[in-house]
Design a protein around this ligand. Structure first.
Ligand SMILES: Cc1cc2nc3c(=O)[nH]c(=O)nc-3n(C[C@H](O)[C@H](O)[C@H](O)COP(=O)(O)OP(=O)(O)OC[C@H]3O[C@@H](n4cnc5c(N)ncnc54)[C@H](O)[C@@H]3O)c2cc1C
Ligand SMILES: Cc1ncc(C[n+]2csc(CCOP(=O)(O)OP(=O)(O)O)c2C)c(N)n1
Ligand SMILES: [Mg+2]
Length: 588
């Protein structure tokens, strides 16, 4: 439906909906039909858009989310009114807490019956007000294009986030003139660019020049700002080590000599120790989540803080900072970079880098590669061996791992060392179980050439396992690793640590996952020992179609190190000595 500026065509609201999406560059949407959105579905066949039929609308939202995380584009999902719309809610909230750009379209009852408790009427704009960046109710065909175009702009500008557009059935059925250009929203006005001579830039440079023990805290904002190159330049030029948040993994290459690893509750001990000893923290697009800081009263007590952040509401929210540079990270770093001289830093930083290396020395041999195979299978083995088998793809950014929530998510973060941006899809802020499979499907559709691995726990996998059927109907070639420990493992771990091993409702029964896959026409394997891990990974890859591996791992293993909620960052609970996974050389 090309638009002709001289004679803009008259289309139905439904046609305008799809034509606007096409104009915005959308090629794929994830959804599920129903009465209030049927006019739109009826018009879909006229437009070059792939629609992926999900099995539950939560899946549609997570797929749009995974699509956005993998590609950097806006993900789109669509559902009917009432239960269709409410089923999207968990997926929208997941995207909100991780700042993922998404446009969610819902059908609504006709404007004439709005407010009458009509069949499948629900106030979805009211329900999603706190979990969307913005939302709209559209009741006229002529408002569909401008509203949708504005929704895209809001979703991707500034700090990204999900936007919902609720469109009444009569607006879809009515007709209006469609003029894509004319529907263009007012330009988004970003924060004024920081000037090189502004006071805050000068203050930041002064802190940098004085600092002896600086540390970069690399967050998700690096990916969202596309600032990987600038962060690398900055770290290398000033010889500053880099710690990463869970959502920042991949923003800085894990194998780089300045890369330290993940910070926070399940972060590496040397990383958290470095934060506690640093005299300057440079927070790059991260929001000092409580999983990252531990007790705020004792967080980084010796450090001045510079926060580079696009959302002013994040400044001084959790951690008071000395200098705030508000703006897009890449632009701010491009302003800063020419002002910091190269060359003089290497010698100055040597003692600080050595002290971190020394503190790492004792803990880094946790590496399980050296552990003799005693017939047991630990989840850490699976992550480590998958990483080893994926080195080239990982270095080239050709592998995407989509994890669920729980222990396996933390083991993945610890043992799969991400080299490139947008190679990890994971729900950080909301911690949504059921995320991995649909997000992996969305990522595969965004990046069909990449090798996508869904890594889910036995609990979370069962929450959205119905999407196995979507994989088959849509012919989506993802690999699935179920880390099957017979428990809601992260809950069991907390019960072990803080509730005297009262495993209340955390043992969980599962179906035979390989048979479940087979019932969908998906091939699979069960793996029970370490020696079988690599052959299984190779077999999955060779299959060139969806493949599920049920990894039967040790049932009562725990993730270490761990900071108890509310404890200080350097009060880490370490792996007990009786446990066979080594963490300290003395454990040998
Ligand atoms: C079981 C579990 C355990 C966890 N344990 C840990 C843990 O041990 N360690 C850990 O790190 N996390 C952990 N998390 C995740 C944690 O809850 C947070 O989700 C995570 O720390 C947030 O990372 P972030 O601040 O980098 O990303 P976000 O929460 O996405 O924040 C990104 C920030 O960047 C800003 N931004 C966006 N775009 C730009 C731009 N263009 N320029 C500048 N700024 C921008 C945003 O405004 C935002 O403030 C855990 C989660 C779960 C579920
Ligand atoms: C939707 C949802 N419900 C409950 C929780 C709380 N929760 C966090 S981790 C976890 C256990 C996850 O178990 P499983 O999927 O088997 O993964 P494991 O920890 O065993 O690796 C639970 C119940 C959650 N994060 N999300
Ligand atoms: Mg489990």
């Amino acid at each position: 439906m090309a638009t002709n500026h001289q004679h803009p065509p008259t289309l139905t609201g439904s046609e305008i909906l799809w034509a606007t999406l096409v104009g915005e560059g959308v090629t794929d949407v994830f959804g599920y039909p129903g009465g209030a959105i049927l006019p739109a579905y009826d018009a879909l066949r006229k437009f070059p858009i792939r629609h992926v039929l999900v099995r539950h609308e939560q899946g549609a939202a997570h797929m749009a989310d995974g699509y956005a995380r993998a590609s950097g584009k806006v993900g789109v999902c669509i559902a009917t009114s009432g239960p269709g719309a409410t089923n999207l809610v968990t997926g929208i909230a997941t995207a909100m807490l991780d700042s993922i750009p998404m446009v969610c379209i819902t059908g609504q009852v006709s404007s004439k019956v709005l407010g009458t408790d009509a069949f499948q009427e629900i106030d979805i704009t009211g329900i999603t007000l706190p979990i969307t960046k913005h939302n709209y109710l559209v009741a006229r065909a002529e408002d569909i294009a401008p509203t949708l175009r504005q929704a895209f702009q809001v979703a991707k500008s500034g700090r990204p986030g999900p936007v919902l557009v609720d469109i009444t059935k009569d607006a879809q059925q009515a007709s209006a003139v469609f003029d894509f250009e004319d529907a263009e929203p007012m330009p988004h006005r970003p924060h004024p660019m920081l000037r090189a001579d502004s006071d805050s830039i000068r203050d930041a440079i002064a802190l940098l020049e004085k600092s002896e023990r600086p540390l970069i805290l690399a967050g998700h904002g690096i990916l969202q700002s596309n600032a990987m190159r600038q962060v690398l330049d900055f770290a290398e030029r000033m010889h500053i080590p880099v710690a990463t948040t869970l959502l920042g993994l991949g923003a800085f290459p894990a194998s780089h000599p300045l890369a330290l690893g993940m910070m926070g509750m399940h972060g590496e001990s040397w990383v958290n120790n470095a934060i506690q000893h640093a005299d300057l923290l440079l927070a790059f697009g991260m929001r000092f989540d409580d999983r990252v800081t531990g007790a705020l009263s004792s967080y980084a007590p010796h450090a001045k803080k510079i926060h580079i952040e696009i959302d002013p509401a994040e400044i001084n929210k959790n951690v008071r900072v000395d200098v705030a540079l508000i703006g897009d990270l890449r632009e701010v770093l491009e302003t800063l970079l020419p002002l910091v001289g190269a060359g003089q830093w290497e010698k100055k930083r040597a003692p600080w880098l050595k002290s971190i290396r020394d503190s790492k020395g004792s803990a880094a041999v946790r590496d399980i590669v050296n552990l003799p195979d005693d017939g047991h299978l630990y989840a850490a083995h699976v992550m480590h061996d998958l990483w080893r088998e994926s080195k080239d793809a990982n270095a080239a950014g050709n592998i995407i791992i989509s994890t669920d929530v729980g222990q396996h998510q933390m083991w993945e973060a610890q043992y799969f060392r991400h080299e490139r941006e947008r190679t990890l899809m994971t729900s950080g802020g909301l911690g949504t179980m059921g995320f991995a499979l649909p997000a992996g499907i969305g990522a595969k559709i965004a990046c069909p050439e990449k090798d996508v691995w869904v890594i889910a726990g036995d609990g979370g996998f069962q929450m959205t396992a119905a999407e196995l059927s979507t994989i088959v109907q849509e012919n989506i070639d993802v690999h699935i690793a179920v880390i099957n420990n017979g428990f809601l493992g992260m809950v069991r771990q907390w019960q072990e640590a803080f509730y005297e091993k009262n495993y209340a409702c955390s043992p969980i029964l599962s179906p035979d996952f390989v048979k479940l896959a087979a019932a969908h026409g998906i091939a699979g394997l069960t793996v029970t020992s370490r020696a079988q891990v690599i052959p299984a990974v190779r077999e999955a890859r060779a299959a060139k179609r969806p493949f599920l591996i049920d990894f039967r791992v040790e049932q009562e293993d725990s993730v270490y190190p761990m900071i108890a909620p509310g404890a200080a960052l350097d009060e880490m609970i370490r792996r007990p000595h009786h446990n066979p996974l080594i963490e300290l050389p003395e454990d040998k």
